[in-house]
Write a protein that binds this ligand. Sequence first.
Ligand SMILES: Cc1ncc(COP(=O)(O)O)c(C=O)c1O
Length: 442
Amino acid sequence: MSFDDHIELDEHDPLRAFRERFFIPKQANGDDVIYLTGNSLGLQPKRTREYIEQELDDWARLGVDGHTHARHPWLPYHEFATEAMARVVGAKPIEVVAMNSLTVNLHLLMVSFYRPSPARRRIMIEKGAFPSDRYAVASQIAWHRSEPPALAGGQSAKPVELSANRPPADAGGSDLIELAPREGESTLRTEDIIETIEREGDSVALILLGGVNYYTGQAFDVEAITEAGHRKGCIVGFDLAHAAGNLELKLHEWGVDLAAWCSYKYLNAGPGGIAGVFVHERHAQSFDLPRFAGWWGSDKETRFLMRPEFVPLGGAEGWQLSNPPIFQLAALRASLEIFDEATMPALREKSVKLTGFLEGLLSEIETDRIEVITPSDAAQRGCQLSIRVRNADKTLFDAISKRGVIADWREPDVIRVAPVPLYNTFEDVSRFAAILKKCIGE
Ligand SMILES: Cc1ncc(COP(=O)(O)O)c(C=O)c1O
């Protein structure tokens, strides 16, 4: 593999025209940056402005009547994103809704699906899960145990260990299981995850893993984990922040109970963009589940009769609380239309090649300063490669940043790079690898 291979690879890339649909940030000298952080914030589709402006325009022209008379009426507006979003994650439309932001949605789903009993009260996550997920599950555990003091420690402005890892007063053992890699390894082995589920599953109420771990870039075997969890009677859910729009997902077919994801990474819906939720069809009519209710989750026919009783909608929509942010949904629509044109199978096919090309070039750099910790098996990763830097030497990251590379540094010692098939080229990858090689040699 050589740096010049990008020429042929780009020439034969059937998706290459999609780059033109995005704004690529510029360096001071006017050149495009080498943007490799679509796993953090996806780039802006050029048509996003038009979609948002249409809503601004309808608001200016119509005021409140826009709810019913806008070109895309605001009352049912979230529905305009549903089908395309469902296609991205392999779901039925009834299983998906765009609402809120990711951590909020994880909490709302746990209100319904984390139902601890004395015998089955634990939550299983991956060690090194995104901190917000850990805070969310730990605070849910503490809340179910009526243990507010652990959270109140925040008043002292000191770091607080949420009480999930302390045994409850009435029983031994922790309520939080964190799956850790084997000694000396950076990522989890599927067989170890399954074995732990088989061993501990009887006491586990909820398994909640990332679809792709934000730090290592490891993609988990959602289907196998879901199957194993269900065999033991657990509810199985996923945080798909780093998987939605990155991997080909089949949430319905795999039988996943619940999932949540954000739209500002691979889904390119803009900073703080509206998030997504999946609730499997088998729970669509489970109205006996506890849930936090709000009027947007209530029956559409009677919602405006302003009655005191809550009549939950079937499916994922029933978990909505508030009327949604139209400008954010407009941005999401603009982006999802591109996904519909490109299609996930084609994106994934290019992604495997793009990241494989990157991996190949990195493997040829003769150095012990860096090590890729993301699995080399394409089935166990998405776009991202996580490059661990020896001695956590951040100067390497600073050096590539100065040369026009936009990647990110994740503490303690990783540079994350994610070539995104919608807008990154093989040339981007080649230029990045050449810059990295040069900086390592300096
Ligand atoms: C895996 C994962 N979970 C949760 C979050 C938190 O997302 P939000 O701030 O939208 O709640 C992020 C943010 O990057 C994330 O990467």
